[in-house]
Design a protein around this ligand. Structure first.
Ligand code: SF4
Length: 376
C-alpha cells in the first residue's frame, strides 16, 4: 500500500504523528485477509475469521465475549490480542434539516467530527455520512475551518470505521444490512495524507463479509496529493473527488498552497489517468469565493481544463466562518457560473448548504474540536 519510495514533496507532508499505539491492534481496522492469517496461525480454519467479521461488523457486537459462535477459549485469545473499542461520541448536534454532527474523542483526547446528511432525491430517501480522516489538516486551504486546527494527527483505520458504526447505531441502523447510501471522506483532514489507514478502512468497508459497501458508494476527496491519486487508482476501486477550486495556478497557489507542490496541470493529468469503470465520473468540487474564482472567465477556463474528462461538478458557494476572510458569491453569480458550465454540457450541481446552523457544512468542520476538550 505504501509506495516503496515516497515522492519528496509527499515525504515532507507526512510529518504528522501517527495514531497513538493503543497497545493492541484494533479489530475494527483489521482487514479480513490479516485476520485470516491470524486465525490460521492459531491452527483454526480460515472461516473463523469470517465469523469474527460477521460478529463485529454485521451484528455489531462491542465485545468479543458476545460472539458466541466462537469457542470461549478463542474469544479469550481475541480479547488478549485485539482492542475492539470505538472512539467515544461525546456530542451530537442536530440541525432542523435533519443533519447531525457528531464529535468524537480519541483515547488521547483529540476531537474530530463526522456528519450525517439525510436527503430525499427523486422521491427516494438517501443518506450520506461524511467521515474525517485526521483530527485537523496541514494542507491549509484558506477557505477551510479545519485548516485552523493545529493538533493534528492521522486517525487510525479503527477510528474511521468507528465513526461509521457509531453513527449507524445512533440513527437506528439496527438491521445488519442497513447502510448509508454514501460514505464520503470529506470531513476533517486530507485522506490521502493518511493513506495507509484510509485504504485499510476502505478495505473493511468494502468487504462483503463485513460492512459490504459498494465501491460506487464510497468517495475519497483530495485537495490534490497527486502521487497518492495514482496509488489510490491501483489499490482500491473507490470514487474520486478532486477539490479543485481554481483555474489558474496563480489563484490556486494562494487559496490552496498544496498547488505549489502539485500544480493544476499535474492534478488534471492524474484525473485523466485515474481508472474509471464504465459510466463513472470523477467529482470536481469547486468552492466559489466572491471575486476570487467566480467569474465567467473562470467558468470557461474550467471547461477547457476538464475537456474530455468524465466529471460531474459540484459548485459550493462558500460556507462562511470566522477563520476565513473570503465571502460567498451572490446567488446570481452562482447561477451564471453554473449556467456557463451547463451550456457546455457539464453535469453540475449547486450544493445546497446543509447543517450550517450547527457548522456542519463543507469547509466548516472542526469548530467543536477547537473547544476545550479537557472539560468534557
Ligand atoms: S479543504 Fe480539506 S484539504 Fe483543505 S484544509 Fe480543509 S480539510 Fe484540509
Amino acid at each position: 500500500m505504501q509506495s516503496a519510495t515516497l515522492h519528496p514533496a509527499l515525504a515532507s507532508l507526512q510529518s504528522f504523528s501517527e495514531p497513538p499505539p493503543a497497545g493492541k491492534p484494533n479489530i475494527l481496522g483489521t482487514p479480513l485477509a490479516e485476520l485470516r492469517t491470524f486465525v490460521e496461525k492459531h491452527g483454526l480454519p480460515g472461516f473463523r475469521a469470517q465469523q469474527i467479521f460477521h460478529g463485529v461488523f454485521r451484528h455489531r457486537h462491542k465485545s468479543f465475549a458476545d460472539i458466541t459462535n466462537l469457542s470461549k477459549e478463542f474469544r479469550e485469545i481475541l480479547e488478549q490480542t485485539f482492542d475492539i473499542t470505538r472512539p467515544r461520541v461525546d456530542q451530537i448536534e442536530k440541525s432542523s434539516d435533519g443533519t447531525r454532527k457528531y464529535r468524537f474523542l480519541t483515547i488521547d483526547n483529540l476531537a474530530f467530527e463526522a456528519v450525517f446528511i439525510p436527503e430525499v432525491a427523486k422521491g427516494r430517501k438517501t443518506s450520506t455520512l461524511c467521515v474525517s480522516s485526521q483530527t485537523g489538516c496541514a494542507v491549509g486551504c484558506k477557505f477551510c475551518f479545519t485548516a485552523a486546527i493545529k493538533r493534528n494527527r492521522n486517525l487510525a483505520a479503527s477510528e474511521i470505521i468507528g465513526q461509521v458504526l457509531a453513527v449507524a447505531e445512533d440513527i437506528g441502523h439496527k438491521e445488519p444490512d442497513a447502510k448509508f447510501t454514501n460514505i464520503v471522506f470529506m470531513g476533517m483532514g486530507e485522506p490521502l495524507l493518511n493513506y495507509e489507514h484510509v485504504v485499510r478502512s476502505v478495505r473493511v468497508l468494502l468487504d462483503e463479509e463485513g460492512m459490504d459497501f459498494s465501491a460506487r458508494r464510497i468517495t475519497i476527496s483530495t485537495s490534490g496529493i497527486v502521487p497518492r491519486i495514482y496509488d489510490l487508482g491501483r489499490d482500491v476501486p473507490v470514487q474520486l473527488a478532486i477539490s479543485l477550486n481554481a483555474t489558474t495556478d496563480e489563484v490556486r497557489d494562494i487559496i490552496m498552497p498544496i498547488n505549489k507542490k502539485w500544480p493544476i496541470h499535474e492534478l488534471i493529468q492524474s484525473m485523466r489517468d485515474y481508472p474509471l469503470q464504465n459510466r463513472r465520473r470523477i467529482t470536481v468540487e469547486y468552492v466559489l469565493l466572491q471575486g476570487i474564482n467566480d467569474s465567467l472567465d473562470d467558468a470557461q477556463r474550467l471547461i477547457h481544463l476538464l475537456e474530455d474528462i468524465p466529471v460531474k461538478i459540484n459548485i459550493l458557494p462558500l460556507n462562511p466562518h470566522d477563520k476565513t476572510s473570503y465571502l460567498p458569491p451572490s446567488a446570481e453569480t452562482t447561477d451564471q457560473f453554473q449556467a456557463e458550465l451547463r451550456r457546455h454540457g457539464y453535469h453540475t450541481m449547486v450544493r445546497r448548504t446543509r447543517g450550517d446552523e450547527i457548522s456542519a457544512a463543507c469547509g466548516q468542520l472542526g469548530e467543536t474540536a477547537l473547544q476545550n476538550t479537557t472539560m468534557l
